[in-house]
Design a protein. Structure first.
Lengths: 298, 367, 318
């Protein structure tokens, strides 16, 4: 059962940005109180990131960048820490018991773990799609898509909301399939449709980054391809990072691939190599990378 | 999450700690107000109010608590709303309201335990435990007859309930099929909701049909208590039997053991600690019951250890009658009532603690 | 399942010898005993209804003149039923929001390490015998509330609930209702808490990942998920409050009136309190009338509890 996350080293204090209306993507969001996260921010930079669960160190000294308008895939054998790294990017890692973060995660030059940044704000700018589709069971399709809106943007008129819901559902390639059943429960859809609904829900709040944790592992091949097509289209507007243990998917769907590995079990995961996907899969520099992508282990 | 076999829904104190986990997100951090803001505001308000009340001479803890909550909650909300925005402010308000609600819920418990201990110890002397009320008018006297009566009545009730209850649980878990099983499950749950006084009336009515009206015996009280105990014994025993791993049964069958021997030689001994715990908890639940005994066992001042002959006093009814008919020296009677109440609580607590201890210490195979 | 064993081989002889005789008999005896126990329990429940009905009949057939207070049976029981429902409803209205808040506190807000201890403390409330609650209510809570009762009667007296004049001892429906609420709170809270802590983590994370605050997450995921548990817990608590006897008997200063006034000296008499007060000294048809009122109480609580269990069963199927 989930237990408490102890607070990471960041605690509150000092001014911070409010959750406010979302302006155009590329304008700066200045607010009354100083530190803000710029709109149009898209680039993640990880600097010497070390992630812990209590005393156990899950990943060690990760330094890499995740560039905008690209799909970056994190691959590696199970337990190497790729999901842990992903969840540290939207401050979900700290929800685990005893979780700890050392190092820096910069979202366009703002350290999201700094003391005056609100994790709630971070999570609104960095959206996440989970491994198993998790639409809210008591809400309809429409309400699911609009779930984030009702949190972040109060005071929308019904027609404004309708427009955003339709836009998000279209963006997730789901609109045609659900437009006649918007008020039916979200859990009544097929697995692939549910996952697209979760994607629609995530993009409805207009995040800057989309994190996807093995989004297709619970889906059949047809649904998987549909999601991959969607990802290819979404990368034009978002920064996308995707964790996958399916190498073919990484090869198909990503522009940049990062390979994480454990030296031996019990040791923390490390970033072995990161580079353009084609290079990683055809001419990797590290032996471990080559072994992994050619299927010799993992 | 570990299973909780001792159903909380029946109001029976739990034995197995249930998983208390929801995602515990740090809720009130991440805002410009410092961490300690809620504490200082509440503490400051409480201190101010206490002083004010003391100054005007109308101090009471209840009033202080209420006013502190009424004043500090809006203050924190407004302050947070200005500094942090409406969503954060609502989050803080919700959190503080929930904490206040918990305080309100726990306050009666604290008050009650405090008062019972304070007032009950006035007569917590050896005379209370060794003398009966026979011939006592005014001060003095004791509750020996009541204590013994409680033990006898509850003991007989246990003797009736345990075999029936455990066999019923065995039926549900090992043998039952089809409509009888479904009916039994449903109605056992319904039985846990029988008002205790109705159980008493039933026992009286049943005996009165055969023995005439106006009958009062210890054993009638035991039957009434059994009606209340049996559903609890069944529910807890069934949950325990469910936890006994199936592979133990299958190992026995694979050796050629017949089913009844498997149940009696393998399943029951494995579940023994849990079954004992369930029985003890059901005893703890009924030992304080007054209403069913009031209408079945009657009131009497002297010691009677025979459940099938004559009226029998017990602690719960004793506490009630001492309060209701205090006689000439009211305070003495009230003191005895409180002492009886304290004894009852002590018995219930001890039984619950022993039950938990047994489960923790001996229930290793079924956890 | 009877298979023919070949008794010409040694194995066959062993099998043939074992499949009859003592083994099957033992199984049959034991399984019959278990079934008998099951039937006995159902018979017991039926017996409760039957014996109560049998002993109520004399009151049903008696004329008003023979019955207590000279009323017909219906006129006798109706005000008592009103008292029961009023007290129990008041208790439930107070207890349920508190219980849900307490459940949320333990499942989502309190630090994990002490959450279990806190749960145990709340459950302690359920272990205290009702007579102790009664004594506490009449000696402690009632007197403490006299000031509140006066304030309510003076300032809110225009509302039918607070007409007054306020009781000077605190032995009012309001105080009795509050004590009942404390008694049923652990039941409602335990049911709610059990379900709240089972809210699937992926739903909670889904809400948080959208940028929800903790309270927003609770509102979006935990509370909807626990909705039927809250309903069934409420009904269980209501059922318990309907049947509760001693606390109400001791605290309430009863006079059998039918009134919504919560703060005055004269209060409706709940069925259970009426029985407790009058049964020891009653005889003849009066006893039958009391038993008849007990039967009505049984019926009411039976309906409420059955509804609760149906709601629970429906939820478990999901």
């Amino acid at each position: 059962m989930p237990e408490t996350g102890t607070e990471p080293r960041t605690t509150s204090g000092g001014p911070r940005s409010q959750a406010t209306r979302l302006p155009d993507v590329n304008t700066q969001q200045k607010d009354k109180r100083g530190t803000h996260i710029e709109r149009g921010a898209k680039r993640f930079e990880l600097k010497d990131l070390n992630l812990f669960y209590g005393d156990f160190q899950a990943v060690q000294n990760i330094s890499m960048t995740i560039e905008p308008n690209q799909v970056t895939a994190l691959i590696g054998s199970s337990g190497c820490g790729k999901t842990t790294v992903l969840r540290s990017l939207n401050r979900m890692h700290e929800l685990n018991p005893g979780a700890r973060v050392e190092g820096h995660v910069l979202l366009d030059d703002t350290d999201i773990y700094s003391r005056d940044i609100d994790p709630v704000e971070v999570r609104r700018l960095v959206g996440m799609v989970f491994q198993a589709p998790n639409p809210f069971p008591t809400m309809s399709v429409y309400e699911n898509a609009a779930a984030g809106l009702s949190l972040n943007r109060k005071g929308l008129t019904k027609s404004e909301k309708d427009e955003i819901v339709e836009r998000s559902l279209r963006g997730a390639h789901l609109w045609d399939e659900v437009k006649d059943r918007l008020d039916k429960p979200g859990s009544g859809l097929s697995g692939g449709q549910q996952q697209r609904l979760c994607i629609a829900r995530a993009i409805a709040v207009e995040p800057e980054v989309l994190l996807m944790d093995e989004p297709c592992s619970a889906l059949d091949p047809v649904a998987t391809l549909a999601i991959e097509d969607l990802i290819a289209e979404l990368k034009g507007r978002y920064t996308i990072a995707i964790v996958t243990h399916n190498m073919q998917q990484a090869a198909r769907a990503s522009d940049v691939t990062a390979f994480l590995n454990l030296e031996e079990s019990g040791k923390p995961g490390r970033l072995v190599e990161i580079g353009p996907t084609e290079t990683i899969f055809t001419r990797p520099s590290e032996k471990a990378t080559e072994d992994y992508v050619s299927g010799r282990f993992g | 999450m570990p299973q909780d076999p001792i159903g909380a829904g029946s109001g029976v104190p739990e034995v197995v700690p249930e998983g208390a986990g929801g995602l515990a997100v740090a809720g009130t951090g991440g805002g410009p107000l410092p961490e300690w803001t809620p504490y200082t505001v509440t503490g400051g308000a409480a201190a101010l109010i206490a002083l004010l009340l003391a100054a005007t001479g109308s101090f009471s803890i209840v009033l202080m608590f209420v006013l502190t909550v009424v004043i500090s909650l809006p203050v924190i909300y407004v302050w947070s709303r200005i500094a942090e925005g409406p969503r954060r402010a609502l989050d803080r308000l919700a959190t503080l309201s929930i904490v206040a609600a918990f305080g309100i819920a726990v306050a009666p418990l604290i008050s009650l335990l405090y008062e019972v201990i304070k007032r009950g110890t006035a007569r917590f002397d050896s005379a209370f435990f060794t003398e009966s009320a026979r011939g006592v008018v005014g001060a003095g006297g004791g509750a020996e007859h009541a204590i013994v009566g409680t033990l006898v009545i509850t003991g007989v009730a246990t003797l009736i309930s345990v075999p029936i209850g455990i066999m019923g649980a065995i039926y549900l878990n090992e043998y039952g099929t089809g409509r009888l099983r479904r009916a039994l499950t449903f109605f056992v749950d319904v039985m846990t909701g029988i008002p205790s006084i109705v159980a008493g009336l039933f026992a009286y009515a049943a005996f009165a049909v055969f023995l005439g009206p106006g009958i009062r015996l210890g054993i009638i009280g035991s039957v009434a208590l059994s009606v209340l105990m049996i559903p609890i014994v069944i529910r807890t025993s069934e949950e325990i039997l469910k936890i006994v791993p199936n592979h133990l049964r299958e190992a026995a069958y694979a050796l050629g053991t017949p089913k009844w021997k498997t149940v009696t030689r393998i399943v029951l001994p494995t579940a023994l600690a849990g079954l004992v715990t369930g029985v003890m908890l059901s005893i703890a639940r009924v030992i304080g019951e007054t209403a069913p005994l009031l209408v079945t066992t009657g009131v009497v001042d002297s010691l009677n250890t025979d459940p099938v002959s004559g009226r029998m006093q017990n602690l719960a009814v004793y506490a009630y009658t001492e309060y209701k008919n205090p006689g000439v020296m009211k305070q003495a009677a009230y003191d005895r009532a409180w002492a009886a109440a304290l004894t009852l609580i002590a018995i219930v607590m001890i039984l619950s603690l022993i039950a938990r201890f047994i489960y923790r210490r001996f229930g290793t195979e079924i956890r | 399942m009877e298979a023919h064993t070949d008794t010409t081989t040694q194995a066959g002889q062993i099998l043939a010898g074992a499949s009859g005789g003592s083994r099957r008999l033992g199984d049959r005896i034991f399984s019959n005993a278990a079934t008998i126990a099951a039937v006995t329990i159902l018979a017991l429940l039926a017996g409760v209804a039957i014996f109560l009905i049998v002993k109520s009949i004399p009151a049903v057939t008696a004329s008003a003149a023979d019955l207590p207070e000279g009323k017909t049976l219906v006129d006798y029981i109706a005000p008592l039923a009103f008292g029961t429902v009023l007290a129990a409803t008041l208790a439930t209205i107070v207890a349920v929001p508190l219980a849900v808040a307490v459940a949320l506190f333990i499942s989502h807000i309190a630090p994990r390490r002490i959450a279990l201890t806190l749960a145990y403390i709340v459950d302690l409330l359920a272990a205290i015998p009702s007579i102790v609650y009664g004594l506490w209510g009449i000696f402690v809570l009632g007197p403490a509330f006299v000031g509140v009762l006066n304030w309510l009667a003076d300032n809110l007296g225009f509302i039918p609930f607070f007409t007054g004049p306020a009781s000077v001892t605190g032995r009012t429906m309001l105080v009795a209702g509050l004590v009942l609420a404390v008694m049923i709170l652990p039941i409602v809270s335990a049911v709610a808490r059990e379900v709240f802590s089972q809210t699937p983590r992926r739903l909670e994370e889904g809400a948080l990942a959208l940028g929800a605050t903790r309270w927003e997450m609770i509102r979006m995921t935990v509370l909807p998920f626990g909705r039927s548990a809250m309903i069934s817990g409420t009904m269980l608590g209501l059922g318990r409050a309907l049947g509760e006897t001693m606390a109400v008997t001791i605290i309430l200063s009863v006079s059998g009136v039918v009134s919504f006034d919560l703060v005055s000296q004269s209060n409706p008499t709940p069925i259970a309190a009426n029985i407790a007060l009058n049964f020891p000294e009653s005889s003849g048809v009066a006893v039958n009338a009391l038993i008849a009122s007990g039967l009505v109480l049984f019926a009411i609580t039976l309906v409420v509890n059955m509804i609760a269990r149906v709601v629970i069963a429906r939820q478990n199927l999901q």
